[in-house]
Design a protein. Structure first.
Length: 273
């Protein structure tokens, strides 16, 4: 699944082609993705200017004067900028056309979303998909104290708390594994038993790992590519993720794999306590 770095890489890639551009057309090749496409969306966006591109967690936000287009890439989706209207493929479900280029959404598994939030519907932050999200990891207010305060009394494993998104957003499975390794925290440790000092190390690790992933174009494991069609290469830097049985890059002990929830977790039994 595209995680925060992949969505931010996508935002950075599409922003120069979309911001300040007028929409000349919208193309739908299916009734919807995870949810139906908004009724009348083509008419709502026609001849309207895209003012901003933003991101909240794993949601890409295209801001107009009268509302916001919310895009989620689902499990396997990606966006590309095309200079010409190439023939669509089997999994190309949505095009946003401007006078200069075309934004095409490809989603093989159709778990993504294209939704509309009108200004008259109220604050965007109150949208049902956004209102329960935690703090952004790159916000000034995010630090170990945020994690420490939010986890007092929590018995759930720390990795599951990170994946939940209610405390901090965007730390998906790959980056949770890598951040916990860098902070030296075992992924199954009950969240409420971790000290403030260790949470500070974890907060610093989350920021560093996500920033590094963005610089390297995100992780390309199966379907994700950036808006220019190029793959990311952060996966070449993994310390533990998807390295079960291989030697830890720090201590040499074999990396272990366990199941938490419905996800695989990778960690080092020696480096993570």
């Amino acid at each position: 699944m595209p995680e925060l770095p992949e969505v931010e890489v996508t935002r950075l890639g599409v922003a120069p082609y979309l911001e300040g551009r007028m929409v000349s057309g919208v193309v739908f090749r299916h009734k919807g993705l995870r949810w139906p496409f908004p009724e009348g969306l083509g008419e709502l966006l026609a001849q309207r200017v895209i003012r901003t591109t933003g991101r909240r967690g794993k949601y890409l936000l295209l801001g107009f004067d009268h509302g916001t287009l919310i895009i989620h890439l689902g499990m396997s989706g990606h966006l590309r900028i095309l200079s010409e209207n190439l023939a669509p493929g089997k999994h190309d479900h949505f095009d946003l056309v401007t006078e200069a280029s075309l934004l095409r959404m490809t989603d093989p598994r159709r778990f993504g979303a294209v939704l509309w939030h009108a200004h008259e519907s109220g604050d965007l932050a109150a949208h049902p998909l956004l209102r329960g999200l935690g703090i952004e990891p790159f916000e000034d207010g995010f630090d170990g104290r945020v994690l420490f305060r939010a986890t007092r009394g929590r018995k759930a494993p720390v990795k599951q708390v990170l994946l939940g998104g209610a405390v901090v957003v965007g730390v998906g499975n790959i980056y949770a594994c890598e951040s916990l390794f860098q902070a030296g925290i075992h992924p199954a440790t009950p969240a409420g038993r971790i000290s403030l000092a260790r949470y500070q190390r974890l907060a610093d690790a989350i920021r560093a790992i996500l920033a590094q992933a963005i610089r390297q174009g995100g992780s390309t494991l199966k379907d994700f590519v950036g808006a220019d069609g190029q793959s990311g290469y952060f996966q070449q830097s993994y310390f533990v993720y998807d390295r079960a049985g291989l030697p830890c890059r720090v201590c040499g002990k074999p990396v272990r794999q366990i199941r938490q929830g419905q996800r695989s977790t990778f960690y080092c039994t020696n480096c993570q306590k």
